[in-house]
Design a binder for this molecule. Sequence first.
Ligand code: ADP
Ligand code: XUL
Length: 542
Amino acid sequence: MTAIGTPRSDQLFLGLDSSTQSLKAIAIDGTLRVTAEYTVSFDEDLPEYETKGGVHIAPDGLRVTSPPLMWVAALDLLLARMQADNFAFADVAALSGSGQQHGSVYLNRTARSRLQALDPEQPLRDQLGDCFALDASPIWMDSSTTAQCRALEAALGGAQRVADLTGSRAYERFTGNQIAKIYQDNPAAYEASDRIALVSSFMASLLLGGYAPIDTADGSGMNLMDIRRKDWVPAALDQTAPDLAARLGAVSPAHAVAGPIAGYFAKRYAFDPACRLVTFSGDNPNSLAGLLLRRAGDIAVSLGTSDTMFGALRAPSPSPDEGHIFVNPVDPEGYMAMVVHKNGSLTREQALGRHKIGSWPAFEKLLAQTPPGNNGNIGFYFTDPEITPPTHAGGTFRFDRADAQAADFPAETDVRALIESQFLSLRLHGEHIGLEPGMLLATGGASENMAILSVLANVFGVPVYRGDQKNSAALGAAYRALHGWVCEQSAAFVPFADALGNAPAFSLAAEPDTQAHAAYNKMLDRYARLEKQAVELANRDA
Ligand code: ADP
Ligand code: XUL
């Protein structure tokens, strides 16, 4: 007999990931084996929204938005593809999900009743088109709210105080500062908002058929939530916009079941009407779950649209200068620390295009043509205004071995300068917030690339491991669906590690070379000095 709270091998757990460029799904069975994967790419599959990389960038380069109705359309398209593939929706015991962090969705007063009465005969897009108070959702790439950030820090008593309370000093992309800007620039849209959701809680709301809560891990990316009390900070809400608490609703732990799936999905796709919907969370918190990061020193590097580095923490010590502390999505008493680069995969893709490299295998060959340390050549590739280190404008700055600025590098030097710079920056800034790896777990689209992983191992001087599944956010959402289901069945919080005891091990992808690592150790001080210079140059042009 199976014990209560132990999943059966014929039950499925579904994880969705609504990311910048795509909506993905991963299903696992009760033994944690991945049984199916699906993707909808926003640019290719929904060309009518005319996004590039899933987003619209305003001419000023600072305002970055996505149409929330595109995310709605993507959900029906993804589920229709699964249906065409005879996916066994009826076996899904629980589902959960992941969203790109910080993005906000403004739902008007029509939304609640529409969500509650969805007609299974009609696509979601046709029923929800008039439910938005704003048809362009600001997302994490937006950096247009510097004035609102400074105002929040001034109102709360400085950057350190904001960091101590909310886990991060005020950041442009953090949702509270985005909401403040919308209230100031477009008060009618704010006034018309009945609910302001994160991308994660918005996608969950569609599947729940009602407003789903913001979870405490993704809620930590708003500059509005007290990461210790796990509730809104009244002074931060007051500084942001009037009557905000009612528009945000209450926060929830990520492992909590928000309810059963909406009748729309049971009727249209034949989900079991009792299928549990476990609260959604942000993509980085979900990746932490997907990579099973438990011990101090187990650190992940996610190479997706953004590059991030993160690990679990027992006690938070937020910095007024850099990095973020979030509540841990699978341990309500724990935390996670993270640094973020905006210029990740898209900047690597631009190098591929700029030098007419043609393919990732050709990129790997080129990278192998130059030695670790790149003969002293260093570059800073802020294609878009960077998050770490923060810059107010984009710009590319190259320095030769004598620290003289160079207009360009040959392709093989440029490619190495880019990858080395991305990882030296993660090392430098990660160290500042206590992310000191004993090993690294690589994930995200670019973790396919062995030449890139080899530079990563050498910069940090630690082995790099990888799972079979590079979409750790969707996988983590599936793991969390199972975890939330187990907790509900057991009528108590069950430690994540106990629920996920059978998770597959990771395999070694790259080992550090001692000499190469020594070259990077030597380079780090000079890199830090040149980084300051590059930031000044970028800001001078802003
Ligand atoms: P996100 O979930 O943030 O939307 P993904 O983790 O799916 O992004 O990563 C997508 C990115 O992966 C693409 O933008 C692409 O540049 C990158 N990518 C895919 N394959 C490779 C490869 N072999 N080498 C380097 N980058 C790759
Ligand atoms: C995290 C961040 C990005 C997005 C991308 O703070 O801004 O990693 O979550 O999906």
